[in-house]
Design a protein around this ligand. Structure first.
Ligand SMILES: Cc1cc2nc3c(=O)[nH]c(=O)nc-3n(C[C@H](O)[C@H](O)[C@H](O)COP(=O)(O)OP(=O)(O)OC[C@H]3O[C@@H](n4cnc5c(N)ncnc54)[C@H](O)[C@@H]3O)c2cc1C
Length: 380
């Protein structure tokens, strides 16, 4: 079998694998990226595109803040138009949950300690600041430096930039086995090619379980499909991303309007998704539920027609937190997988942290809470 060698092999060309490859090359490390499909066509290309930091566990904010700084100059550093709009993000609560005023205020004071500044508005002040909200909206937490980007183009732009800088990027090439032989990982693909490297990064999204199991580590990712829709264009009047905070799944929608006028809506209930077929179904009931909630959040959008719906295969770990960092069982093995709802925003930060770990052996960004040890501990 023909074999190629590099310093690092990355499995999976979603936003995590593409960003990791990009930042490894920026450090002069030779890297091979292997993608079964086309770059960024799975979860990363079907994402809503939110660059939201607020609402995450506080322990995730240093990483999200690092990512935020990278997003601010990513378009320029890639030399590609990835439609980053840092036009703000508002989390809102409805009047039947007045406790959210206190919750948002408390969260804002904790977030400020990590460098994320939020402003909490209520009642009249909120409706003057954001006049498009429906009358049921009671409280809003505003994050002025967050926003959104176009998820369909980000991972491929990162992989193209990495490739132009010397990375070996292979599309339509699935990894069929990965083992450690002596000091090196040996990765075999369905194209009959072999790749060797002393470091291996598993960034295979919802498909990462079996790759981790090959090294004795069990993550237990399950797949679901968040439902998305996009409307016909309307005059551009909603600049920040919006998201509803509620324990009721049907109510939990989020939306963004792009400068071209279309409104993209996600959230409410999720559908089944399959890693075998790579498909996630859109259940029309979810779309109807989103439209009911859309009218409640921004009544002016009630008459817009939907022009497309879609979903994507998203991988959820048992505790909803990603797996980032070193393997506990195999030297040279790293994970960047198990990202569900907030993965798009984290992509550049995760890529830079993994590249830093491989290059220097350490990182200043706290990632202990995301170690694979928490799942190894429960599986023995
Ligand atoms: C509909 C939807 C909406 C979302 N909205 C948001 C949002 O608004 N904000 C946000 O922050 N996040 C959002 N997310 C989540 C975000 O998209 C994901 O967390 C993120 O894209 C995960 O990136 P990834 O690289 O880990 O996974 P993926 O993009 O799935 O990439 C993994 C890649 O690995 C490849 N692969 C798998 N197995 C192999 C193999 N054996 N050999 C070679 N390649 C392999 C796959 O083909 C795939 O391309 C959303 C997700 C979905 C599905």
């Amino acid at each position: 079998m023909k074999t190629q060698s590099s310093d690092v092999i990355v499995i999976g060309g979603g936003i995590m694998g593409a960003c990791t490859t990009l930042f490894l090359r920026q450090r002069g490390i030779s890297v091979t990226l292997l993608e079964r499909d086309r770059i960024g066509q799975k979860a990363s290309g079907s994402s809503f595109g939110n660059l939201r930091r607020q609402g995450r566990p506080i322990s995730q904010l240093p990483l999200a803040n690092r990512s935020s700084a990278l997003w601010a100059q990513l378009s320029e550093s890639l030399g590609a138009e990835i439609e980053v709009e840092l036009s703000g993000h508002v989390r809102v609560g409805y009047s039947d949950r007045p406790e959210l005023v206190e919750d948002f205020t408390h969260y804002a004071s904790q977030a400020a300690e990590t460098g994320l500044n939020l402003e909490v508005f209520t009642g009249k002040e909120l409706h003057e600041r954001f006049p498009f909200f429906g009358p049921e909206v009671l409280v809003g937490s505003y994050s002025p430096n967050d926003g959104h980007s176009n998820p369909r183009v980000v991972a491929s732009a990162c992989a193209r930039a990495a490739s132009a800088n010397g990375a070996h990027v292979h599309e339509n090439m699935a990894v069929t086995s990965a083992n450690k032989v002596g000091e090196d990982f040996v990765v075999v693909t369905d194209a009959g090619l072999g790749f060797t490297a002393p470091s291996l990064v598993i960034a295979a999204g919802a498909w990462s379980n079996s790759l981790a199991e090959a090294f004795g580590e069990k993550i237990g990712i399950v797949s679901r499909g968040p439902t998305m829709l996009v409307t016909e264009p309307a005059p551009y009047f909603i600049h920040p991303c919006l998201g509803v905070v509620t324990p009721v799944e049907e109510e939990s929608i989020y939306l963004r309007q792009i400068a071209r006028g279309n409104v993209i809506v996600g959230g409410s209930t999720r559908s089944p998704a399959s890693t075998s077929t790579g498909r996630a179904i859109v259940d029309p009931k979810n779309t109807l539920s989103q439209l009911r909630q859309l009218r409640r959040l921004v009544p002016a959008l009630a008459q817009l027609n939907v022009i497309r719906v879609w979903s994507g295969v998203e991988g959820y770990t048992p505790d909803g937190m990603p797996v980032i960092g070193r393997s506990e069982r195999e030297a040279g093995l790293y994970y960047a997988c198990g990202f569900s709802g907030g993965g798009h925003q984290l992509g550049p930060g995760v890529g830079e942290v993994i590249a830093e770990l491989i290059d220097t052996g350490e990182t200043d960004t706290p990632i202990e809470d995301f170690g694979i040890r928490r799942f190894n501990a429960s599986t023995g």
